[in-house]
Design a binder for this molecule. Structure first.
Ligand code: FO1
Length: 318
């Protein structure tokens, strides 16, 4: 079975771990969000690609969900001693090595997709990890600071501001001109099923879908498209997805997120058992819906979620 998964960072990566356990023989292609990417300290940082790569490759800091295990921060401290920041973004020494390799390869002319493949040669994530695009796309967030509207990079909004101020708009700058990375459209066209893990529907999956051609390829693939709600009981399972949902006028409920994707894209939607009452609303919008436990508390629970998603895909195919 060929499965394509659109993934953001922590939620997507943890779901993929369950999917690999649930479907060990599947050929899994992950299309990763690169709208969170940022240039810092002269280096190109790709948080979501790295989170997937480290999580599946066994190098992730499990407690945080991002960055490397057994990390130290000597380089960052040395840079700070020179007055070089930003201090608000935690780049560790081991992680720095990844960004140095990536930046060197990009400077030598390799596209991000080739760089990602080279990095994955080390980590062997067990999936084919593709960036959504080789072109630069950067998610910016419009916020009010000291009474003035300005756009900040998504990482500044998420990490420095902790999403503590209202987001007035979310703009994936560069997405309109971006092309899907090599292999993305082909993987979608050849897929037996497309899954949306419980990643952020706006700044992760929404950004991937904003790359021209990707949404259309999924809709045209003629295969089941099944998503898992990142909202449980009216709140994000983790992260601050409700903040960015509000920016695009979507309520933080499992049913509203399903409607946001729409029946033109989504065939099936899993909501948590606490949201079982929302299933009728989702089905009324033309999307097959089942209520199952959606908390990724451990690998077995996550694999069970992945099995439910694949079962729902078979049901809608039927
Ligand atoms: O909350 C934080 N998240 C950090 N993240 C996570 C990241 O900001 C976001 O959670 C994602 O971009 C959203 O998917 C990092 C991810 C990396 O790959 C590398 C460095 C960081 C640093 C931070 C950090 O300092 N604080």
């Amino acid at each position: 079975m060929r499965i394509v998964v659109l993934a953001g960072g922590i939620g997507g990566a943890r779901f993929l771990r369950g999917l690999l356990k649930a479907a060990p023989d599947a050929e899994i292609t992950v299309v990763g969000n690169t709208g969170d990417d940022i240039h810092l300290f002269g280096l190109k940082v790709c948080p979501d690609l790295d989170t997937v790569m480290y999580t599946l490759g066994g190098g992730i800091n499990e407690e945080q969900g991002w960055g490397r295990a057994d990390e130290t921060f000597h380089v960052k401290a040395e840079l700070a001693a020179y007055g070089v920041g930003p201090g608000w973004f935690g780049l560790g020494d081991r992680d720095f090595a990844t960004h140095i390799v990536r930046t060197q390869m990009l400077a030598a002319g390799y596209p991000l997709s080739a760089v990602t493949e080279a990095l994955c040669d080390r980590w062997k994530p067990g999936v084919r990890l593709l960036p959504m695009s080789d072109d630069r796309v950067e998610t910016h967030v419009a916020v009010d600071v000291d009474g003035e509207r300005k756009a900040v990079h998504f990482q500044e909004y998420w990490v420095r501001l902790r999403a503590s101020v209202d987001a007035h708009a979310i703009v994936p700058v560069g997405a309109e001109q971006a092309k899907p990375a090599p292999g993305v459209l082909e993987a979608i066209a050849e897929a037996d099923v497309v899954l949306f893990p419980p990643s952020n529907p706006v700044v992760s999956i929404g950004t991937i879908l904003a790359v021209p051609g990707i949404r259309e390829a999924i809709a045209d693939a003629g295969v089941p498209v099944v998503g898992l709600s990142p909202i449980v009981g009216g709140a994000p399972v983790r992260g601050m997805a409700d903040k960015v949902l509000a920016a695009v006028g979507v309520e933080a409920t499992a049913a509203a997120v399903a409607a946001h994707y729409g029946s033109g894209l989504l065939d099936g939607w899993l909501v948590d058992t606490v949201d079982a009452a929302a299933a009728a609303e989702v089905e009324g919008a033309g999307i097959r819906c089942r209520a199952v436990p959606l908390m990724m508390t451990d690998l077995d629970a996550t694999a069970a979620m992945a099995r439910e998603a694949l079962a729902l895909a078979e049901e809608v195919r039927g």
